[in-house]
Ligand binder design. Structure first.
Ligand SMILES: O=P(O)(O)OC[C@H]1O[C@H](OP(=O)(O)OP(=O)(O)O)[C@H](O)[C@@H]1O
Ligand SMILES: Nc1nc2[nH]cnc2c(=O)[nH]1
Length: 179
């Protein structure tokens, strides 16, 4: 057990099992679509979730990455900046945006609007985690792994000051480690 870990909220088996369910659901819902979706994953937190999810999507999908920034430490710093844009065009494509967590909803709302502006045909969202109690803008994911309480979590891609992304579970740190 890592010395900074207070508790595990979701263990690896639970996360993998839920990714399998989400992958199967996405497969069913897109299988009769004209084209498979382009998965757009937001760096860096969504990488472990994307890696697990795509194993369970039985379609000829492709994926690309965007990097936007909104957080410093545990608090939002307002404006969302594009740090890395997509390599490919989204024009007339069905986009499945892959997020690790929806918190205030600001990132999702902004990125969804950006993709629509670039001509995406549809934009749906899959998120590993949702914190509905923290929402400040009216937006929901189309597919959610787990709703979690209003606690700052790390692991399975989620960081505190860039650390702990490699935990294979989602957990909460001891108070003294959030410093
Ligand atoms: O719903 P919101 O309040 O907008 O917050 C959610 C966003 O915040 C985190 O990103 P962050 O900017 O920390 O980047 P990271 O994925 O590189 O950690 C997380 O990955 C989401 O993208
Ligand atoms: N690591 C991490 N990033 C977040 N961004 C928004 N909420 C969270 C959270 O609970 N943990």
């Amino acid at each position: 057990m890592h010395p900074c870990l207070e508790k595990i909220l979701l263990n690896e088996d639970e996360i993998v099992a839920r990714c399998k369910e989400l992958g199967q659901q996405i497969t069913q819902e897109y299988k009769n679509n004209e084209q498979p979706p382009l998965l757009v994953a937001l760096l860096k937190g969504s990488v472990p979730f994307l890696a697990e999810l795509i194993k369970h999507i039985d379609l000829d999908i492709q994926f690309d990455f965007m990097d936007v920034s909104s957080y410093e430490g545990t608090e939002s710093i307002g404006d969302i900046k594009i740090i890395k844009d997509l390599d490919c065009s989204v024009k007339n494509l069905d986009i499945l945006l892959v997020e690790d967590i929806v918190d205030t909803g600001r990132t999702l709302k902004t990125v969804k609007a950006m993709l629509k502006n670039k001509g995406a045909k549809t934009v749906r969202v899959v998120t590993l985690l949702d914190k509905p109690d923290r929402r400040v803008v009216d937006i929901e994911a189309d597919y959610t792994g787990f709703e979690i309480p209003n606690e700052f979590v790390v692991g399975f891609g989620l960081d505190f000051n860039q650390k702990y992304r490699n935990f294979p579970f989602v957990g909460v740190l001891k108070e003294e480690c959030y410093k």
